[in-house]
Design a protein around this ligand. Structure first.
Ligand code: HAM
Length: 417
């Protein structure tokens, strides 16, 4: 039996990859307007990086990481997300010494050992951004405005923005204790996972999809009502700036996110078009993360977009690969030789050309030209080689014009075909 791909890891095939390229190109354009530069980090990092940043008690670190030992017995992990590697690179390369504000973006594969289903894979791709160095609530709003602009740019509008504030190390511990006490009195109705994690990660219970957990937490204390005054002010400002920038949003005080590094603003861009995998992008503020990883005490905020989910949402509006501008059909070995050289010259000049390599009949070659939707065809036979001229046929209206083979490149350039 032939070898197949790993479960949950997909090929991106021609016909689909054009949509990916469009989404990636659009991100580069939009993020470029906002002054972001690209950063590329390795696909694997030391395991410790993710344990220290994402958090030991999160689902990602507890059960979803692709961790392995290399031949020197170092524990390595395929990155499950992009924020921690970018912070590691930021600290290691002392990027804060170049500019007090770093605006970075990245795109590439991430790996999580999750149960694969529509919109959820084991290798998936994120387009992410991180801003390091600004605490002001304006940057929260600007990052969200950029996310909004990106979705408008790519033509996906069936999404809505939900925001929350998770407080900070000043106010969250008090809230956490209250939540634990609240959950303790309802332990019997919580799912097995939440019974296990309510002490270590009580906020996750609010986000649990199990019916019992959802019912049990309907009246749970709300994080927003327990913010300290600076966190409260910050959240109020974020909302004001979002209104000023006319970015629609709703507050969802039950949104807790699955990574431990978040403080204050968190957000998700959700859709009802993808079943249970409803977040197409998500992120938040992580003041304290850079310092906890051994860097300067700088605040940060960012988000990551799930590329597969965008592609699913683009669905019918797929972008198709560009068609050939010319198909050169040939009759006889000499014509093949000439066509081969002509094709190369045209390609060098930036014209998309195809020809036959399989010795097919003229009829079969024309069928292929039609199938490829070539804009023009040119038939080269003995007669054409002798006269140095051939009929260039416009496939959309069947009109023909005589062109000189010696100046085919110029004709294409002139006609802007
Ligand atoms: P996250 O919520 O874990 O956040 O992932 C962000 C997005 O990646 C999700 O909203 C989803 O679209 C996509 N995603 C996550 N897991 C999968 C999967 N298994 N299959 C397909 N798509 C998936 C982060 O990763 C943070 N690093 C975001 C961030 C950046 N926060 C601050 N800066």
């Amino acid at each position: 039996m032939s070898v197949t791909a790993i479960k949950g890891m997909n090929d991106v095939l021609p016909g689909e990859v054009e949509t990916w390229q469009f989404l990636e190109k659009s991100a580069r354009e939009v993020f470029g307007f906002h002054g972001f530069s690209e950063i590329r980090t390795p696909i694997a990092e030391k395991t410790e990086l993710f344990c220290r940043s994402i958090g030991e008690t999160t689902d990602i670190v507890e059960k979803e990481m692709y961790t392995f030992s290399d031949k020197s017995e170092n524990s390595l992990t395929l990155r499950p997300e992009g924020t921690a590697p970018v912070m590691r690179a930021f600290i290691q390369n002392r990027l804060h010494t170049l500019d007090p504000v770093s605006k970075l973006y990245y795109m590439g594969p991430m790996f999580r050992y999750e149960r694969p289903q529509k919109g959820r894979y084991r290798q998936f791709h994120q387009i992410g951004v991180e801003v390091i160095g600004v605490e002001d609530a304006r940057i929260d709003a600007q990052v969200l405005a950029m996310l909004h602009q990106y979705f408008n740019h790519i033509g996906i509008t069936a999404v809505s923005l939900q925001i929350n504030s998770l407080g900070c190390p000043e106010c969250r511990p008090g809230y956490r204790q209250q939540l634990i006490a609240y959950l303790e009195s309802r332990l019997d109705v919580l799912c097995a996972d939440c019974q296990r994690r309510y002490q270590t990660n009580p906020l996750r219970v609010l986000d649990c999809k199990a019916k019992g957990c959802q019912e049990a937490t309907v009246d749970a204390p709300s994080v927003i009502e327990h913010l300290c005054s600076p966190c409260n002010d910050h959240f109020a400002q974020v909302k004001e700036y979002l209104q000023a920038l006319q970015i629609p949003f709703t507050v969802n005080s039950r949104m807790v996110r699955g990574l431990d590094y978040y403080v204050r603003t968190t957000f998700e861009l959700v859709t009802d078009q993808l079943g249970s995998q409803n977040a197409v992008a998500a992120g938040g503020r992580y003041d304290g993360l850079v310092e906890s990883l051994g860097g300067p005490a700088l605040p940060g905020i960012g988000f990551a977009i799930g590329l597969e989910r965008l592609v699913l949402m683009k669905g019918e509006q797929r972008i198709t690969p560009p068609e050939p501008q010319l198909f050169i059909a040939t009759i006889g070995a000499e014509a093949v030789e000439r066509a081969f050289v002509l094709m190369s010259q045209l390609q060098l000049a930036g014209v998309r050309v195809e020809m036959d390599y399989l010795g097919k009949s003229l009829k079969a070659q024309m069928r292929r030209a039609n199938k490829l939707k070539a804009a023009f065809t040119l038939v080269l036979g003995e007669e054409e080689l002798e006269s140095g001229e051939a009929q260039l046929k416009n496939m959309s209206d069947s009109s023909q014009s005589l062109v000189s083979l010696g100046s085919l490149v110029e004709s294409f350039a002139e006609k802007n075909l």
